[in-house]
Design a binder for this molecule. Structure first.
Ligand code: 5AD
Ligand code: SF4
Length: 443
């Protein structure tokens, strides 16, 4: 029996997929290499923007044919889309061939739900309103040995007015520091060299554990930095409002913590930031970047930006472009605002037309790419540390890896380099990747 996953959206879904795969392997399944050979297909969905949802609906349409050819095939849908009760019900009504529909809070119930389907249950639907306690006992099948995602907390309490996440991932729940450190220790013992600590807002780690336990994200980072064998620690996503000086110090003083900070700014206009309920101003963000750079001088800073938020004027957008130039981001993930029903901003006045949003998006991307190239040009002829990950997908004569600042680097393919931390001299720079040559043999 084989399973095949379609994973949409963010790393939280990747992490959930590892749990689902763990359950399936325990039930005797193995992973299919193609959709055609699968006995069960699961869609792990995202609803953060309309585009993500459209891709899911497109896939569901395609699967209708497969189900007709192979009626015994089990098709299930989970993740953030069906976590919304009304969406779950409409999925059930519109796609009668869906065997299983379950929300993010129902992950631990998956084996039972699947058994129900296997026993002949049709259109099994399970959507819990509230997330349960943090579970440390779920199985997990990891994809990669060298790098690992480690979820440190679930949910988000911020309620940015555009964002659906708090409604589908629930309130913040932190894992215990001991459980996280034990997981990282076990990963390191199995050869993992880089961990990325994951949460919707990692900077508020531990708040929900008080007053019983008093621990914050800076404490966690320091503890993870002491685990032998872990050469690199990354974390995402940070909320600029909650990025404390204690955290900056912990990042600066912990050698394993990489010089890369993903700090979503969302907009460069104070008026828009206020309507987004972000809790900081443009000036506060710029001051934070300055404090970070003064403690971690060569840090790469990346960000997320939404253009075309309701009411965004030409001047607001110009402020965003100016902020992008002022910070000099290494990379910008740019999105056109997408109204999500149930969020406050969806009901705001003055929604922008699609062509206007697209135009601003294009302009932002062009500005950001030019700056990214400029930032990369500073690396020409420099020697940087690269964690070699494996052969390039597009050119097997090359190996790829990443710098501590998270930049993609290609080098010539030679034996015995995968998994090593290698010094590489940068010979050519592009907007999205670097080319380099090996210096030394790596460690
Ligand atoms: N429309 C567009 N982009 C959004 N994001 C979150 N919600 C929306 C939305 N409704 C973006 C934010 C966030 C990133 C993961 O997705 O920039 O940081
Ligand atoms: Fe959404 Fe804001 Fe929470 Fe990020 S911090 S998940 S943007 S509500």
């Amino acid at each position: 029996m084989k399973y095949f996953f379609h994973i949409f959206g963010c790393q939280m879904n990747e992490a959930d997929a590892e749990v689902l795969a763990g359950f399936l392997v325990n039930m005797g399944y193995s992973e299919a290499t193609t959709e055609a050979e699968a006995d069960i297909i699961l869609l792990i969905t995202c609803c953060v923007r309309e585009h993500a949802e459209s891709r899911v609906y497109g896939k569901l349409g395609e699967l209708a044919r497969l189900k007709q050819e192979k009626p015994a095939l089990i098709i299930g849908i989970s993740g953030c889309m069906p976590q919304q009760d009304d969406v779950a019900k409409s999925l059930r009504a519109k796609f009668p061939y869906l065997d299983l529909i379950f929300g993010t809070h129902n992950l631990p119930d998956f084996p039972r739900l699947l058994e129900e389907v296997q026993a002949g249950g049709s259109q099994v639907l399970a959507v819990l309103d509230e997330a349960g306690e943090v579970r440390e006992d779920l199985p997990r099948l990891r994809q990669d040995g060298l790098k690992a995602w480690v979820t440190i907390m679930y949910g988000c309490n911020n309620y940015c007015t555009y964002c659906i996440v708090p409604y589908v991932r629930g309130r913040e729940r932190s894992r215990s520091l001991d459980a996280i450190v034990a997981e990282v220790r076990a990963l390191a013992e199995h050869g993992c060299r880089e961990v990325t600590l994951l949460g919707q807002n990692v900077n508020s780690y531990g708040r929900d554990l008080a007053p019983l336990v008093r621990v914050d994200f800076a404490d966690l980072l320091t503890a993870i930095g002491k685990v032998p064998g872990v050469a690199r620690v990354r974390f995402m996503t940070s909320h600029p409002r909650d990025f404390s000086d204690k955290l900056i110090a912990a990042a600066a003083n912990t050698p394993a913590v990489c010089e890369h900070f993903h700090l979503p700014v969302q907009s460069g206009s104070n008026a828009v930031l206020a309507r987004m309920n972000r809790g900081y101003t443009r000036e506060a963000y710029l001051a934070l970047v300055q404090r970070l750079r003064s403690r971690v001088p060569h840090a790469a800073i990346t960000t997320d930006i939404i253009v075309g938020f309701p009411g965004e004027t030409e001047q607001d957008f110009a402020d965003t472009l100016a902020l992008v130039r002022e910070v000099g981001f290494d990379s910008v993930f740019a999105f056109a605002y997408s109204a999500r029903s149930g969020t406050p901003a969806a009901d705001y006045a003055e929604h922008l037309q699609k062509p206007e949003k697209s135009m601003r998006l294009k302009q932002l991307i062009e500005t950001a790419n030019a700056i990214a190239l400029e930032r990369n040009q500073k690396l020409a002829n420099q020697v940087v540390e690269v964690l070699v990950e494996g052969p390039s997908k597009t050119n097997p004569d090359r190996l790829t890896g990443r710098t501590r600042t998270n930049k993609l680097v290609h080098i010539n393919n030679e034996p015995d380099l995968v998994g090593k931390l290698l010094d590489v001299r940068i010979t050519k720079v592009q907007t999205f990747s670097l080319l380099g040559e090996r210096v030394g043999v790596g460690r």
